[in-house]
Ligand binder design. Structure first.
Ligand code: SAM
Length: 269
């Protein structure tokens, strides 16, 4: 992975076996230090096409009318910005700065702090949606825990839609760039470099170079590193099965590119 300031290694005791586990953790600058730049780097307008597709997929698969939708890892609320016209959205997001942005963008939605691996809201929804935030599940245990959260919050006949950026089968090493500006005159440009996983590893790294330009012309450079999980389609389907959901692999096409998605309907009994 190489040297990087935001990287730390932590020891955690496994609650069952008492074993000490060493894992690498990354605190993504994008969601913490520079969260207030999120909507300049990745503006809500860029999510219209895919959000429309998620609404369509949820409505097509659900076996009950869909009114209330839970999104886990809702970030700056860019999907919710479009989806809220079709559903009443409850948005769960751990990073305070990201939740604050989403609250301003989507004042009519319910915002809650939580981790998709552990949050429990004590109620069910007609649909549970997880978008790219699921990429931060870097072990099978984490992914299973997130899917358990999905299953726990799903009403009978309700639908789960999990839409990762990539599975092992669809991953490719890519370099992309983008960015936008906001009404205050701030401008951002970024380069995103996805590196392939080491052989046998279930994680890969994404490096970002952000150029953040203030209205007065000052430009700051921020290097960020994200650690993301990569699982085979069969692993995804097995983990869904382990939490009591029979999932189907469904392809989705966004801006001409194909992605894997997983859809599961909670049995009505
Ligand atoms: C790319 S952003 C999501 C953007 C979102 N799709 C939108 O519409 O704005 C990824 C989000 O995943 C969140 N995240 C990371 N780990 C998480 C976890 N364990 N539980 C819930 N959310 C998590 C991050 O804080 C970040 O806001």
């Amino acid at each position: 992975m190489g040297r990087f300031d935001g990287l730390r290694e932590e020891e955690r005791r496994d609650p069952k076996g008492g074993m000490i586990e060493r894992r690498l953790f990354v605190k993504e600058r994008l969601y913490y230090e520079i969260a207030d730049w999120w909507a300049v780097i990745s503006p809500p307008s860029e999510y219209a096409e895919e959000a429309a597709l998620y609404v369509e997929m949820i409505c097509a698969w659900a076996r009950r009318p869909v009114r209330e939708v839970l999104e886990l890892g809702s970030g700056g609320g860019n999907n919710a910005y479009h989806m809220k016209h079709s559903f009443a959205m409850t948005l769960v997001e751990p990073a305070d700065g990201m939740r604050e942005l989403s609250r301003k963008l989507n004042p009519g939605c319910i915002h809650l702090k939580g981790d998709m691996r552990s949050v429990r809201l004590g109620r069910t929804f007609d649909a549970v949606f997880v978008h790219d935030a699921v990429m931060y599940m870097t072990t099978e245990d984490d992914l299973r825990a997130a899917l358990e959260t999905v299953a726990t919050h799903l009403a009978p006949g309700g639908v789960a839609l999990v839409a990762p950026d990539a599975t092992t089968e669809t991953f490719s090493e890519t370099t992309e760039h983008g960015g936008a500006e906001d009404e205050s005159g701030r401008q951002a440009r970024y380069l995103e470099w996805k590196l392939p996983p080491e052989p046998g590893q279930a994680t890969y790294t994404v490096h970002y170079a952000f150029l953040l330009r203030e209205p007065d012309g000052n430009v700051r450079v921020v290097h960020d590193l994200h650690l993301e999980g990569l699982f085979q389609r069969a692993t995804w389907l097995r983990l869904f099965d382990e939490v009591g959901l029979a999932a189907t692999l469904v392809s989705r096409t966004i801006e001409g590119e194909e992605y894997d998605s997983f859809v599961a309907v909670r049995s009505a009994t």
